[in-house]
Design a protein around this ligand. Structure first.
Ligand code: GLN
Ligand code: ZN
Length: 752
């Protein structure tokens, strides 16, 4: 069987692209040196795949920032404001990706959005009415030739026109349908250019096909591809889909003149049944995505071989099945070889990008020995089962998911108990992480200072932070989170069941990576995590101090999950661990507790029909499990980073928190209308200023924003707070902004 890889991590084995780009931005290296660094990364990627025996390797999967933005630039879909800067091509590209501020002008970057259901973010191309679609770039051809020089006849990967149009923002009056014809014509030109350069295969990525499609979407897709496929210029065309199944368009797609179709059998819950029910034509190759491109676990060869057998028995020509990754390997770390500290008995269960190449190779040349060795891996893992945790999860009762008494009753009790003013002011938790704060943590990690010194430093910081908040006049204080860098990493490190890597970096956007912790086994809390910090903070003031925790859904969504138990069970385990922390905080006198669910919206399934059954039905109750044990007088807050939850408002209300704060300062506040329409009961704190920018909002501006918010939420008890945590901000601007915020709240109170 032949093997195929959809795409390989472009960041480089040791994040070379990140470091080279950073040097380039600081003008420490030239454009040429940056290009050379990029070339080495591409060459290593091609050779690594070639040496691993992969038959179908992609070129053009590289990008300096984002592949969709590459496609936009390839076809001259470049907003005029970037062109007007008069920069070099590469610098114009970076201006669109990151914004530009310099002698040639001052422009903001294009918007960034989450790439389907991954933690990767793509740049949203913008189409203006006078944008002239034209094949002006040569990147795919160049990168094809570069790989060819290494002896590899690659398939040229490129975003498909349908997905490109669906993800592009049309800022004028034109729509996708109006520009389809011009775009298709330029894709045909690209085919011609590639063929002329000697290319034989092209891979068009159309992940948008796994979403819910309308009739208009389907018509658009067909219209584009009927033309494209009638003009292949001798190229073999692979339609590549991933992140789900293509249930809405399977029969139409298989009827078109593609030479090969790539389907995802890992995340596509209906893919196998689609192939079985409808068959798969004899004239096409099926690229079967059976090696998970997103997880970090070893593939179960037994399961995969069985699946491949089933696939082969359902297609017209079983000799035309190619084994493939389920999506680009962009979403996994580069290589396990960089992990020097992870003990072998752990390591042998993982497969990062490089190791997945080995898996593809072994699966396509399977021997009884290989199969046997692989089977042994699935007989069990050290330290992964904790019977006590299992028993606890099994003993969860329906009533554990319900907080008593009801919200309305609690609200009255809390009002009396807390005695807060109207429009109470607060922050989201973190305060500026100044250099000394970071140094304290890293010195402690490196063993340069003792635990006592570390704690002492943080306590001083907390004391100062509390004093500062009192001076500013905030109503509900926080301890400032000086002990945390990344919140999920912090909780992961303090929970049993997690393991950590040294270099398992995964691209988040541009060249920025994250290093998610790995959920290895059953998760539990062995001792209190945040209690001492919160208790100490509370001892410094007479005002209420909010305890600060991260919720189970967010902890899970920002970790590499397990696969031997369900996501639901994993979330429940984490929920019970955080529940213990909530109850400990409460018994230590902390009567306001915030449980952040910053990433709750992130893993919402791509298809609406799956939202509840595949996610919200267990995610929301898990959140309730965390706080259902507290007394009525304890006030539970939650926080979400984006206000993009208009479509799931009832689910958010169902979290049954007492207060929710969320980002709203950059949005049109339409969310507030929707809250009202949905009779949202939870008290709300729509962020009144944007913490992503160093700007200090004036009192007038804040009063204006609050007035607008009030108009839309007249019957609500409203909180006054910034958008999100302040850890990335400077101290000076933070103090000024918060003073203005408190002042604005006072003015609103006076006029209420
Ligand atoms: N409490 C966290 C903070 O203030 C929340 C961070 C977040 O929402 N991402 O930093
Ligand atoms: Zn946030």
């Amino acid at each position: 069987m032949s093997s195929s890889v959809i795409g390989f991590p472009r960041i480089g084995r040791d994040r070379e692209l990140k470091f080279a780009s950073e040097k380039f931005f600081k003008k420490e290296i030239s454009e040429q040196e940056l290009n050379e660094a990029a070339k080495s990364i591409r060459e290593l990627n091609i050779l690594t795949q070639k040496n691993a025996g992969i038959d179908y390797i992609s070129s053009n999967d590289f990008s300096f920032y984002d592949n969709l933005l590459d496609t936009a630039f390839l076809f001259n879909v470049i907003p005029a404001r970037y062109k007007a800067l008069g920069l070099s091509d590469l610098e114009t590209f970076f201006a669109a990706a990151r914004g530009y501020q310099g002698e040639k002008g001052n422009v903001k970057a294009l918007a960034m959005k989450k790439w389907f259901n991954t933690n990767y973010h793509y740049i949203v191309p913008e189409f203006e009415d006078d944008t002239k679609i034209e094949l002006t770039g040569n990147k795919p051809v160049n990168e094809y030739l570069e790989a060819k020089a290494l002896g590899v006849d690659t398939k040229v990967q490129i975003a498909g026109p349908f997905t490109f149009l669906k993800l592009t923002k049309f800022v004028g009056s034109k729509k996708a349908e109006d520009v389809e014809e011009a775009l298709t014509a330029e894709y045909i030109k690209l085919f011609g250019k590639l063929a002329e350069a000697g290319a034989t295969k092209i891979q068009l990525d159309e992940p948008y096909l796994v979403r819910d499609l309308t009739e208009a979407d389907k018509a658009l897709f067909k219209k584009i591809y009927e033309k494209l496929l009638a003009n292949k210029n001798g190229l073999k065309v692979l339609l590549q889909t991933y992140f789900g199944d293509i249930r809405d368009i399977y029969t139409e797609v298989t009827a078109l003149d593609f030479d090969a179709i790539g389907l995802d059998f890992v995340e596509g819950i209906k893919t196998l049944s689609l192939v079985k029910t409808n068959g798969f034509p004899a004239d096409k190759i099926l690229f079967a995505g059976v090696v998970n491109g997103k997880n970090i676990w070893k593939n179960s060869y037994e399961k995969t071989l069985n699946l491949l057998d089933e696939i082969k028995s359902s297609v017209a020509d079983p000799s035309k099945v190619v084994i493939s990754t389920s999506c680009s390997l962009l979403h996994v770390p580069y290589t396990l070889a960089s992990e020097t500290k992870l003990p072998a008995e752990y390591k042998k269960h993982f497969a990062f990008a490089e190791e997945k190449l080995t898996e593809l190779n072994e699966l396509s040349n399977i021997t009884p020995e290989l199969l046997d060795a692989n089977k042994k891996l699935f007989e069990g893992r050290v330290d992964s089962v904790d019977e006590k945790v299992r028993a606890r999860v099994a003993a969860i009762k329906d009533e554990d998911y319900v907080r008593q008494p009801s919200f309305a009753v609690r609200e009255q009790i809390q009002k009396k108990e807390l005695g807060l003013p109207e429009f109470p002011t607060t922050t989201i938790g973190s305060f500026p992480q100044t250099a000394d704060v970071r140094k304290n943590r890293s010195d402690f990690r490196k063993g340069l200072i003792t635990k006592e010194q570390y704690v002492e430093f943080n306590k001083n910081k907390i004391k100062e932070c509390i004093k500062l908040q009192e001076e500013i006049g905030l109503d509900v204080l926080v301890h400032g989170e000086f002990e945390r860098n990344d919140m999920v990493e912090y909780f992961g490190e303090h929970l049993k069941g997690y393991v950590f890597t040294e270099k398992a970096w995964v691209l988040s956007y541009g060249t920025r990576c994250v290093k998610p912790p790995i959920i290895w086994g059953d998760v539990s809390r062995t001792e209190a995590i945040t209690v001492e910090w919160s208790k100490f903070a509370a001892s410094c003031t007479n005002k209420p101090v909010k305890g600060m925790l991260t919720g189970p859904v967010t902890i899970l969504n920002w970790s590499f999950p397990r696969e031997d138990i369900s996501i639901k069970e994993s979330v429940q385990q984490i929920a019970l661990a955080i529940r213990d922390e909530v109850l400990d905080l409460e018994s230590n006198g902390i009567n306001i507790i915030q449980i952040d669910e910053a990433a709750l919206r992130e893993k919402l399934p791509l298809r609406k029909s799956d939202w509840y059954s595949e996610y919200l039905d267990f995610a929301i109750p898990s959140f309730r499990l965390v706080h259902s044990g507290v007394k009525p007088e304890t006030q539970i807050h939650t926080h979400m980073c984006y206000s993009e939850f208009t479509d799931i408002i009832p689910a958010i209300d169902d979290m049954d928190a007492d207060v929710i704060t969320f980002e709203a300062s950059r949005s049109d506040l339409q969310i507030l209308d929707s809250l009202k329409e949905n009779h949202f009961k939870t008290e709300v704190g729509p962020g009144v200023y944007d913490i992503h920018s160093p700007r200090v909002p004036s009192v007038d501006e804040l009063v204006g924003q609050l007035t607008k918010i009030r108009e839309k939420t007249e019957d609500y008890k409203l909180w006054v707070n910034p958008d999100c945590g302040l850890k990335t901000r400077g101290e000076e601007e933070t103090v000024k902004s918060l003073k203005n915020l408190v002042e604005a709240a006072k003015l609103i109170r006076a006029n209420a």
